[in-house]
Each structure stands twice: as C-alpha cells, then as structure tokens.
Ligand binder design. Structure first.
Ligand code: LHQ
Length: 272
C-alpha cells in the first residue's frame, strides 16, 4: 500500500502538508509553533486539499497535525492584534462551518489522528471526522468558556450525541481537559493508541479503508449524517433509497461474488 513511500509529497513550507498515497491522501496541519491553530491561510489550504481529495482516485483521507499538538482552535493571536472586536460569526460562516460541512459531506471516510492537544474548534473539527484515533498523551479541551465564547465548529451538535448531555454540558461549561483514554471510554473517539504507534495505525486504517467499497461507505456516511435529525420512518426510507443505490454498484456484485467464491474481494470504489 506504499505506507512508507508516499507517491508524492508537496509544499514543504505550506500550512497543510499533502501526501498522496496509493488510493488515499494524508493531510497534516502544519503550524506547529502555534499548535496548528487555524488562521485564514490554514483554512484555505485545508479547504483546497479536501476539495482535491474529492476526486475519484482518493478513496480515504487521513487528517493529523505536525509537531506536539493536533490543533489549538482559532488563532487567538489574530484576534488579539485586531483593533476592533472581530465578527466571529463571519469567521464561522466563511471558514469553520464550510470546513465541518466539507468533512461530513466528503464521499469517503475521513480518519483523524489526534497527535496531541485538540482545543476549541480544533477539538470539534476532530469530532466531525468519521473515525478518530488519538495518541494516549493527547487531550481534548472545549476551551471556549475560558475566553467567553460558545463552543462552535459543530461541537454542540457532535459532543452531546457522542457522550451524552451530562458529560457534554460539564465539559463545555467547565472547559476541563479530557484524556484520550477517557475520550475513548466515553465513546467520544474510536481509540486511544500509544503515541509512537498512532501514525502507523492511522495510516494502516486509512489505507485499508481505501481498498473498501467506497460508494457503499459514502452512503453509510450519508445515512449516519442524517440519522440524528430523522425520525425512524424517515431514516428507514433513507436506508431503503441508499440500499437500492448500493445494490447497483459493481462493488456490491464483487463482494457477493468474492463471498461465494471464498476469496478476498477486490473493490474498485466505482459508482458504475
Ligand atoms: C496559540 C494558540 C491559539 C494562537 C496555542 N492561537 N496561538 C474562535 C473565534 C473565531 C471563530 C471561530 O471559532 C473560534 C473558536 C475557537 O477555537 S476559540 C478557542 C481557541 N483556542 C483556545 O482557547 C486554546 C488556547 N490554547 C491553550 O489553551 C493552550 O495553548 C493549550 C491548552 C492548547 C496547550 O497548552 P500548552 O501545551 O501549555 O502550550 P502553550 O500554551 O505553551 O502553546 C504553545 C504555543 O502555541 C504558544 O506560543 P509561544 O510563542 O508562547 O510558544 C501559544 O501561544 C501558541 N498557541 N494555542 N489558539
């Protein structure tokens, strides 16, 4: 799968490092001196990289951070330097909300390897991803209350659904850090992994996903995205519609053929 030798690596000084592998793409937030806090440049680079990952030859995405942090949220240096109070709603409208929507809408799995602290919007962008692994030393902090802000980037949507109201409310009102192990025990993330094993494990998982029936996974993602807003009847109808579509994919036919022939399936990820 070319885990150790990416097909191409770009942008040595860029705010997002893009590394193309066989069927999957690794994106590394790259402002380590600011714990990968988001500024506009990082947002634009990440949006462009995610849009590029929408192409057919990329079947899974891995998102991680350079250095000792995953992402410390919004770059507070930018706000501190501005003379007038900034319009934070505009930043959400134009930068953070489109990012969360891009991740959720991407028709392929997005794996997040939280390599260190994930704070503020950085924590919630991680929670927007499909499968989250975290280094045992990493922490998740709903840091907003410490600076008089409201949890954003989808946090008030994702967190209570993942870990329940009681825990989400306390974490958001107290801004207390949660360890990776606690996050996994609460169901906030998929797994806590030894620090030294995190990237290898996340890359192997992403490479595996890139060999799976991409269209079926995209539809599974769509069904799960819709689930929390739907009543049972609507969700059953949606499952019917998506299953109908999945049934026409070449990967479904290949999966059944491989099963009957007692051999591993060779999925292409193609729609037709
Ligand atoms: C940073 C940051 C940072 C700049 C560390 N910015 N430099 C808000 C507004 C607009 C629209 C949308 O949404 C939002 C939502 C948000 O995300 S608000 C929440 C923003 N994030 C935070 O409040 C977290 C602030 N950071 C921290 O509390 C700590 O840095 C954590 C707990 C993340 C890590 O602590 P340490 O491990 O002790 O590291 P550190 O504090 O020493 O940070 C290392 C460097 O990174 C340091 O720079 P320096 O030049 O002193 O070495 C920090 O200033 C810088 N940094 N976070 N968000």
């Amino acid at each position: 799968m070319g885990l150790d030798r990416p097909k191409s690596e770009e942008q040595v000084n860029a705010t997002v490092l893009v590394s193309q592998h066989e069927g999957w793409t690794e994106l590394t937030l790259n402002r380590p001196e600011r714990l990968n806090a988001f500024n506009e440049e990082l947002h634009h680079a990440l949006a462009a990289a995610l849009d590029a990952a929408a192409s057919d030859d990329c079947r899974a995405v891995l998102l991680t951070g350079a250095g000792r942090g995953f992402c410390a949220g919004h770059d507070l240096g930018d706000s501190a330097e501005s003379a007038a109070p900034p319009d934070l709603g505009a930043a959400l409208d134009t930068l953070y909300n489109p990012l969360v929507r891009r991740i959720r809408a991407l028709r392929k799995p997005v794996v997040c390897a939280v390599n260190g602290v994930a704070a503020g919007a950085g924590a919630n962008v991680a929670l927007a991803c499909d499968i989250v692994l975290a280094a045992r030393s990493a922490k998740f902090i709903q840091a907003f209350a410490k600076i008089g802000l409201v949890p954003d980037a989808g946090g008030t949507f994702f967190l209570p659904r993942l870990i329940g109201e009681a825990r989400a409310r306390a974490l958001m009102l107290l801004a207390e850090p949660v360890s990776a192990e606690q996050a996994a025990a609460w169901g906030m993330i998929w797994k806590a992994v030894d620090d030294t094993a995190l990237l290898d494990e996340a890359r192997a998982l992403t490479a595996h996903l890139a060999t799976q029936p991409t269209q079926g996974l995209a539809m599974t993602k769509a069904a799960l995205n819709a689930s929390s807003g739907n009543a049972l009847d609507a969700q059953l109808d949606l499952e019917r519609d998506l299953q109908r579509e999945a049934g026409y994919t070449p990967d479904h036919q290949e999966g059944v053929r491989a099963f009957t022939e007692k051999r591993p399936a060779r999925f292409t990820g193609r729609a037709r």
